[in-house]
Design a protein around this ligand. Structure first.
Ligand SMILES: [Zn+2]
Length: 127
């Protein structure tokens, strides 16, 4: 612990979106597309604390659902297209959007979790 290097106060939003280590901001947080790595390749932070579970997936499905329905409504109100146009717009959105935002959302939740636990640890130290 005496050789614990100084780590910058990184925003869980920026490290989460980039999918990098919440402590040093350099190592990768994921080893696959959505698999969390075992530890940081740069600073060695153990990612065992990461337990986002299905929270990210539910959140993403909710947001993507709202966006897909919203875009379908927007297209309908503005252009009154045929049903196949709706299918061509809404279906890719409903499939692609969750894939695009699931990883950054999961990253943010994990980095937020790291920050929360780090803050709790600091509080106990001062007691
Ligand atoms: Zn790191």
């Amino acid at each position: 612990m005496s050789h614990e290097p100084y780590y910058p106060d990184l925003s869980p939003i920026s490290t989460g979106i980039k999918g990098v280590c919440p402590r040093c901001g350099r190592g990768k947080l994921f080893k696959g597309y959505l698999d969390v790595a075992e530890s940081c390749s740069s600073c060695g932070l153990n990612y065992d604390f990461a337990d986002a579970g299905d929270g990210a997936a539910w959140f993403v499905m909710l947001v993507a659902g709202v966006l897909a329905v919203g875009s379908a409504l927007f297209v309908e109100v503005n252009w009154h297209p045929s049903y196949w146009v709706h299918a061509a717009v809404a279906v890719p959105l409903a499939v692609v959007l969750p894939l695009l935002i699931l990883r950054p959302v999961k990253g943010i939740l994990i980095c937020q979790q790291y920050k929360t636990k780090a803050a709790e640890g600091r509080l106990h130290e001062h007691q």
